[in-house]
Design a protein around this ligand. Structure first.
Ligand code: NAI
Ligand code: MG
Length: 502
């Protein structure tokens, strides 16, 4: 059976927006890059150019940092009361909510993401993040210290300064909010570099931030490439912290650049090869559906993809059969078509990378049961792909594919699956599917990863810290943990009455 396809001519219920913002956003204005250069941003559903975007480089990062530094050292933002910052952030959240269709459409157009997913998942979660962190802005407390030797003290939590945010292309609207919102709440100023594949929602957010009353220089956006604009951020002497989400390879470069420049702290959220573990006692049909989503949601371009699916031997055959049936029924096509369930991969380069992993899987002897090839049409579409009988030593079981590819592995015992789940350089997320409480508790405490989802997957929330163990990175985003990464602790001590210091 051929996979279901949408022909792409379906009548869209969505109006594709006119592109309004393509320039850098520095000190409250949209400006050309110093060099005057621009680059193409491409629609991955047909390979056509959508717009040309200003190509920022080192000089542009310098001027954005200068604006952010001025806004931090002398501007109102860090000096406003938390309640005043909160008010502006809530206004921004409302504006994002009012413009949900436009933001979702920009991500769909540039990123090949489903419009409906942007509208109902990504952008609403960005709105929640802004509201969540707005709520923290007036609750940033230090502690009182009862010191010895006739001293008393307290801690102040101060914003860390000028932040560089380097964001990836897989969740442009959402990655923006989960980095920018806590930094704004903390009182930081910042320079954001969107991924070169997906620029437009970040520039649209910049426009909304101005309408909401975020002062000039607080939020600057420099579009451009990683090796130029991105590298200028991580090595900048006047950026106080870098927050990065992307590949492990670039995470390493960013740490090196930070170490070689001003020793700025970095937060890294990197790749994953997350285990999705299915025990014998589950409802096979239901969990097969969840497993398919875990591997292929957002066309598999998600760092927490549950791409190593371990299935216990008693239900293995039945599970494989169900999951294959569901994969073949998945509708792939135009991301603006509401009937479509999977859009194109983000770019030609990435599409070729995913296809080359699929070729590895075939060569390594995994059993290909669904998909395994591109769609026969324009654009970067790949069929939902299922490999069964995958073994731990195969490349497809070890490396992050970041595409709609599920690898199914068979296991016997709890001890064995814990061992195998942990035999990865990554440790981002894990799914545990069982109704047995003892198994759920044992496995969740034993698997080395930053997030564990029991009988659910992708259970993100603004209040739930998220981040990796091992080479999946360090530090947490979302939750109060993320706010703390944009603050630093100052300790203030004074002698008290009768103190030997006086
Ligand atoms: P990448 O890590 O190169 O790109 C992510 C961001 O880093 C982009 O904004 C890019 O411009 C920037 N960047 C690139 N080189 C840089 C440098 N030298 N200095 C500073 N910034 C730099 O990721 P890429 O090449 O787009 O994707 C490769 C693989 O990375 C994917 O196949 C996937 O496995 C992984 N990835 C993981 C993501 C996640 O959510 N954890 C997101 C994107 C990619
Ligand atoms: Mg790269």
């Amino acid at each position: 059976m051929a996979p279901a396809q949408s022909n792409g001519d379906a009548e869209h219920h969505v109006k594709i927006p006119k592109i309004k913002f393509t320039k850098l956003f520095i000190n409250g204005d949209f400006v050309d890059s110093v060099s005057g250069r621009t680059f193409e941003t491409v629609d991955p559903s047909n390979g056509e150019v959508i717009a040309r975007v200003a190509e920022g480089d080192k000089e542009d990062v310098d001027s954005a940092v200068k604006a952010a530094r001025e806004a931090f050292d002398h501007g109102p933002w860090p000096r406003l009361s938390g309640a005043e910052r909160q008010k502006i952030m809530l206004k921004l959240a409302d504006l994002i909510e009012e413009n949900v269709d436009e933001i979702a459409a920009l991500d769909a157009l540039e990123g090949g993401k489903l419009f409906t997913e942007g509208k109902y998942v990504d952008v609403p979660s960005a709105v929640r993040d802004f509201r969540y962190y707005a709520g923290t802005a007036d609750k940033i407390h230090g502690t009182t210290l009862k010191m010895s030797r006739g001293l008393q003290g307290y801690t102040l939590l101060e914003p860390i300064g000028v932040v560089g945010h380097i964001i990836p292309w897989n969740f442009p609207a959402q990655m923006f909010s989960l980095k920018v919102a806590p930094a704004l709440a903390a009182g930081c100023t910042m320079v954001v570099k969107p991924a070169e594949q997906t620029n437009l929602s970040a520039l649209f957010y910049a426009h909304l931030s101005k309408l909401a009353g975020v002062p000039d220089g607080v939020l600057n956006i420099v579009t451009g490439f990683g090796r130029t604009a991105g590298a200028a951020i991580s090595s900048h002497m006047d950026i106080d912290k870098v927050s990065f989400t992307g590949s492990t390879e670039v995470g390493r470069l960013i740490m090196q650049a930070a170490a070689a420049s001003n020793l700025k702290p970095v937060s890294l959220e990197l790749g994953g090869k997350s285990p999705f573990i299915v025990f014998d006692d589950v409802d096979v049909d239901q969990i097969a559906g969840l497993a398919l989503a875990a591997s292929t949601f957002n066309k598999g371009e998600i760092c927490v993809a549950g791409s190593r699916v371990f299935v216990q031997e008693g239900i293995y055959d039945k599970f494989v059969e169900k999951v294959v049936e569901k994969a073949k029924a998945k509708v792939v096509g135009d991301p603006f078509d509401p009937n479509v369930q999977q859009g194109p991969q983000v770019s030609k380069t990435h599409y070729e990378r995913v296809l080359s992993y699929i070729e590895h899987g075939k060569r390594e002897g995994a059993t290909l049961l669904a998909g395994g090839k591109p769609l026969d049409r324009k654009g970067y579409f790949i069929e939902p792909t299922i490999f069964a009988d995958v073994t731990d030593d195969m490349i497809i079981a070890k490396e992050e594919i970041f595409g709609p590819v599920m690898c199914i592995l068979k296991f016997k015992s709890v001890e064995e699956v814990i061992e195998r789940a942990n035999s990865s350089k990554y440790g981002l997320a894990a799914g545990i599917m069982t109704n047995n409480l003892n198994i759920a508790n044992t496995v969740s405490r034993s698997v080395k990863s930053g997030v564990i989802w029991i009988n659910c997957y992708f259970a993100f929330d603004s209040d739930a810290p998220f981040g990796g163990y091992k080479m999946s990175g360090f530090d947490r985003e979302m939750g109060m943990e993320s706010l703390s990464k944009y603050l630093q602790v100052k300790t203030i001590a004074t002698p008290v009455y009768n103190s030997p210091w006086l």
